[in-house]
Design a protein around this ligand. Structure first.
Ligand SMILES: [Zn+2]
Length: 419
């Protein structure tokens, strides 16, 4: 029964975790560090007295399982790791709310629910140390590129496989984590929004439609260096001018795309001196959209614009793909459940896409029916010690996740979800 759920306990536990793992600059639960291990040990202590099995899989993800009458499982997941100087809610809210749901289900069904409930703490969601996010969930989904990951090093030059060995994980076997998906019928994740959409709508909670696909490229314009005093304006081949036109154009491309976003995040010029026309200008372009075709169109339009601006300025242009990932749309029925759960909890719901990637995207791409809930972020800020959410919204978020889990359990018990 709903009265067994204690969202205030979740808030107290979040505060306790903050006291344990944050300093004056914010949360320090960076994956594979002593503080992260301490946070995980603290989480395990919370499980004492519950009739659950706990084990770490081949990729370092920790699974807490409450076996039900059916082996088919509703998985609730998130991550206890943080970025350096991170916030007190990113990741751990979803994990501790999942624990509270587990407690409620356990109490209501006297330790034996109709379907299995699993809470997973994904390893190294943030990728703060090696620059590769979603490590544990990508290993589990099978999408992890081992050759790429094998070459990753941290700032001290420590390779990822060596860092993993230090915490007892064999890099060459991390994809064996995929066996954990065998009975996963559905995957749920509660997360702070990390953006301002719900804040601007003055709504506590929203149902997430999926995570954006990403096209990330470097664009380099090649012109000619020339003296800034002696070269008339009509004789210049100015690489920066073409790049600068892109800065404005991406706003028009995003506006036409129906919900996409584009960012030029860096710009470097050569020779980069005050007395020379720019010979070479390299910008990075990050484009995101929930719809595959719309993302492809945004990318095509950017290419066409770059070619046009290059021709106008008498410069050349070249492209380099840095990274890309397909959109991960969530499951329509689970989105409807999430919408209902939010509406039942706080009166109004809102459906929104996720700009940031989450472990949920890996589960969705692996074919597990997936949905997320977002709770409002104050100031729309995350990955910063000022990250915060109203306590009453945290309370509502735990309640909404619990309702969503209950609906999903019934759905799985009725034979729905992945088999
Ligand atoms: Zn997170």
């Amino acid at each position: 029964m709903a009265t067994m759920l204690d969202p205030q306990r979740t808030i107290r536990e979040l505060q306790e975790l903050r006291t344990l793992t944050a300093d004056a600059d914010g949360a320090q639960r960076v994956a594979f560090t002593p503080t992260w291990l301490a946070a995980r040990a603290w989480f395990r202590e919370r499980l004492a007295g519950l009739p659950v099995n706990v084990h770490q899989d081949a990729a370092g993800n920790v699974w807490t399982t409450l076996p039900g009458a059916s082996e088919r499982a509703v998985v609730v997941g998130s991550h206890i790791d943080s970025v350096p100087n991170g916030g007190w809610l990113d990741g751990c809210l979803g994990l501790l709310a999942g624990l509270e749901v587990l407690r409620r289900v356990c109490a209501e069904h006297e330790g034996k629910p109709p379907v299995t409930i699993r809470v997973v703490d994904w390893a190294d969601e943030e990728g703060a140390r090696f620059g590769k996010s979603l490590f544990g969930s990508a290993a589990c989904s099978g999408n992890l590129d081992l050759d790429e990951a094998r070459r990753l090093t941290d700032k001290q030059g420590v390779a990822l496989p060596a860092a993993l060995r230090h915490v007892g994980i064999d890099f060459e076997r991390v994809k064996e984590s995929g066996c954990e998906r065998a009975n996963a019928a559905a995957y749920l994740e509660l997360h702070i929004e990390q953006g301002p959409v719900l804040l601007d709508l003055d709504l506590p909670l929203g149902a997430v439609l999926g995570t954006f696909g990403v096209e990330r490229h470097a664009i380099t314009f090649h012109g000619q260096a020339a003296h800034s005093g002696s070269t008339p304006m009509n004789r210049r081949r100015d690489a920066f001018l073409a790049a600068a036109k892109m800065a404005q154009e991406i706003y028009a491309i995003a506006a036409r795309s129906g919900g996409g976003v584009c960012t030029i995040g860096s710009c470097t010029t050569k020779p980069g001196i005050v007395t020379s026309v720019v010979e070479e200008c390299r910008i990075t372009l990050d484009q995101r959209h929930l719809d595959t075709a719309a993302l492809a169109r945004m990318h095509r339009e950017a290419r066409e614009a770059a070619t046009r601006f290059a021709a106008e300025g008498g410069v050349d242009v070249s492209w380099e793909r840095l990274w890309s990932i397909a959109p991960a749309p969530f499951h329509p029925e689970l989105i409807a459940f999430a919408d209902d759960a939010v509406r039942e909890t706080c009166g109004t719901s809102h459906r929104l896409p996720s700009g940031p990637l989450h472990d949920a995207a890996e589960m969705a791409m692996a074919g597990v029916p997936t949905v997320m809930l977002f709770v409002q972020s104050l100031k729309g800020i995350s990955h910063n010690k000022i990250e915060d959410t109203r306590l009453e919204h945290l309370d509502l978020a735990v309640r909404a996740l619990d309702r969503l889990a209950e609906k999903t359990m019934r759905w799985v018990a009725d034979g729905e979800g992945s088999h």
